[in-house]
Design a protein. Structure first.
Length: 598
């Protein structure tokens, strides 16, 4: 794509604009800081520089610009991040050659293209009969159009033939999960006789479909819903239906509403709850919880009121609690699902249901107490049902409040409840992915760092205990230089400081520092800004630091020259001894002139 497009996006969106959409930023000198969204931490180690347009976390060592941030936090590739940010900035994505969002030979891009082509095909084939059914279920024409609902007819391979005519290969259709091989070696469409619901990734690109059985030609033995298989684009444990549309509303309202199916989600969005998401053919997972926690700490479970829905709510609640979310349950009376409730009683009834949601522990206690009024049976039910949920609660304060509530309901001490909770075995869970992908890390920055250390070792002498301190001070001074050079109005004379630092550590070592990876150098800038950002005498501090480094290097050289002179005297080499004596006098004089207090 054109580099102009990328630059236009950067010109219109600041790093603060983008990052503050996901985390709360606080002022820290010239930078802003927050708790890192990529790993769990108690104290803020994530810093953002408005002036440089970059971020860096000292806890997990991730950093970059607005594009790498969106890639990491949304779990998408660069083109997905560019699409998201370009839409937000009002910039048209233009690729090299002047085309608009045309594909290239990249296999992943081709999969996105074939999914988009399939979506257009399904939308164009939405029959009047299917549209009538959807509207009878309570959906409006605008909702049907906005969410791009479509229809797959009864033909065995009509979509496949259409995609072939568009230039897509059989391999691409198979890999995208749109078709499968038949007994004759040809292709059979994956979806037939189904109303089609496109499933998007965080960037709004279609990655999968969910198809609801519909039509007189549909087989009575076919499953009610059929979802795309796992593909390079679609991992059902990591994608929530509607998340691309809901994420900003989730952040604005500081809550997410989780429903079970596509119709429930569409009805909820249509009723004004734009923060609603749904699972896509799988149980709610730790990855789903991590996805929601990027936007909000609060989730309301509004799953179907039948037995399967209640069990699903229980599983989802445990995953959400273990993921650090505050969980509430919206109880729908009469065994209705959200879509039916909204259709029959209106959006006000849905709003009432959500507003009266109870936190998960209170909900469970109320249900159990209602159905098991006998105190001994109630106690046993609490031990079996409620305590496992309480064991998943991450907040110590919330856990203590729940323990107090349970103790009061059972008429026992808080200590007894706490001891019972401690004995509850933790359920195994798959770890959620929080850290940015390794592809955004430098290939092997440690090799370059090691070469720099080796260069310093030659100057300081590896045997000297001061080497580590000297190397650390040299990095500190170089970090200061990098930070000041990045500022429009530096607080020091960067040209003079650069020259003095190079003289102090030697040209070879200075060049090696300059060759450090960009990511390493950006980390050093943030470190210098954090350490010296509030200094009122930066020029003096920098000068003293450079002079101390120079004195230490000269002292190291003096020790080396003195040792060589003594060796020359021992073997009777008067000429070499005289030369080294003169050199040691020069070094001694330079050290005396520095007058640096150590």
């Amino acid at each position: 794509m054109s580099s102009d497009t990328v630059q236009q996006v950067k010109d219109r969106l600041s790093i603060v604009d983008v990052v503050s959409t996901y985390v709360k930023l606080d002022r820290a000198g010239g930078s802003l800081r927050a708790r890192c969204p990529f790993h769990a931490e108690k104290s803020a180690s994530f810093f953002v520089s408005p002036e440089r347009g970059t971020y860096h976390c000292f806890g997990c060592n991730v950093g970059g610009d607005i594009f790498s941030f969106v890639e990491a936090i949304e779990g998408i590739d660069f083109k997905g991040a560019l699409k998201m940010l370009a839409e937000r900035a009002g910039v048209e994505v233009v690729y090299k050659g002047g085309g608009r969002e045309k594909g290239n030979d990249n296999a992943r891009d081709r999969l996105f293209e074939v999914m988009e082509a399939a979506t257009i095909y399904y939308v164009s084939h939405l029959s009047d009969e299917a549209k009538k059914y959807l509207m009878e279920r309570g959906l409006e024409a605008a909702t049907i159009q906005s969410f791009r609902l479509g229809f797959a007819g009864n033909s065995w391979s009509e979509l496949s033939e259409h995609l072939k005519s568009k230039g897509f290969s059989e391999a691409e259709m198979l890999e995208a999960g749109l078709a499968k091989k038949n007994e004759r070696g040809g292709l059979t469409d994956k979806f037939r006789n189904r109303i089609m619901f496109p499933i998007n990734d965080s960037a709004g690109r279609v990655v999968a479909f969910s198809g609801r059985i519909f039509g007189a030609d549909a087989s009575p033995e076919a499953p009610k819903y059929l979802n795309s298989p796992e593909t390079p684009l679609f991992h059902k444990s990591k994608i929530l239906y509607g998340f691309d549309r809901a994420k900003l509303a989730m952040r604005k309202l500081n809550a997410a509403v989780l429903v079970e199916g596509q119709m429930d989600l569409l009805a909820s969005h249509q009723a004004g709850w734009a923060n609603t998401v749904a699972v896509s053919g799988t149980a709610f997972t730790a990855e789903h919880a991590a996805l929601i926690k990027r936007m909000t700490d609060n989730i309301v479970l509004a799953l179907d009121a039948d037995e399967a829905g209640i069990k699903a709510a229980g599983r989802a609640a445990r995953e959400a609690l273990a993921g650090g979310l505050n969980v509430k349950v919206a109880q729908i009376e009469g065994g209705k699902d959200p879509a039916d409730l909204i259709k029959t009683q209106g959006s006000d009834a849905w709003r009432e249901t959500i507003s009266h949601a109870k936190d998960i522990i209170t909900f469970l206690l109320d249900v159990l107490q209602k159905h098991t009024p006998a105190q001994d049976k109630f106690r046993r039910s609490v031990e079996l049902v409620v305590l496992p949920f309480l064991a998943d609660v991450q907040s110590p304060i919330a856990r203590e409040q729940y323990i107090r509530q349970i103790g009061q309901r059972l008429g026992v001490s808080e200590k007894a409840v706490a001891e019972a909770v401690a004995k509850v075995p933790m359920a195994p869970r798959s770890p959620a992915e929080h850290v940015a992908p390794a592809s955004r890390q430098s290939p092997n920055p440690q090799k370059t760092v090691d070469r720099v250390r080796s260069s310093f070792a030659q100057g300081y002498g590896m045997a000297q205990p001061s080497f580590a301190e000297g190397y650390g001070r040299a990095r500190q001074a170089f970090s200061l230089l990098l930070w000041q050079e990045s500022l429009a109005k530096p607080d020091i004379d960067v040209a003079v400081f650069r020259h003095e630092l190079e003289d102090a550590i030697g040209t070879e070592a200075f060049d090696m520092l300059c060759a450090l990876p960009d990511k390493e150098k950006e980390s050093m800038r943030f470190a210098a800004e954090h350490a010296h950002g509030k200094s009122g005498s930066l020029s003096t501090e920098g000068a003293l630091l450079v002079r101390r480094i120079l004195k230490e290097r000269l002292a190291s050289e003096l020790a080396r020259v003195s040792a060589a002179r003594d060796a020359a005297a021992g073997r009777g080499d008067e000429s070499e001894e005289e030369r080294l004596t003169a050199e040691s006098k020069i070094l001694t004089g330079r050290i005396a002139q520095l007058h640096v207090s150590v």
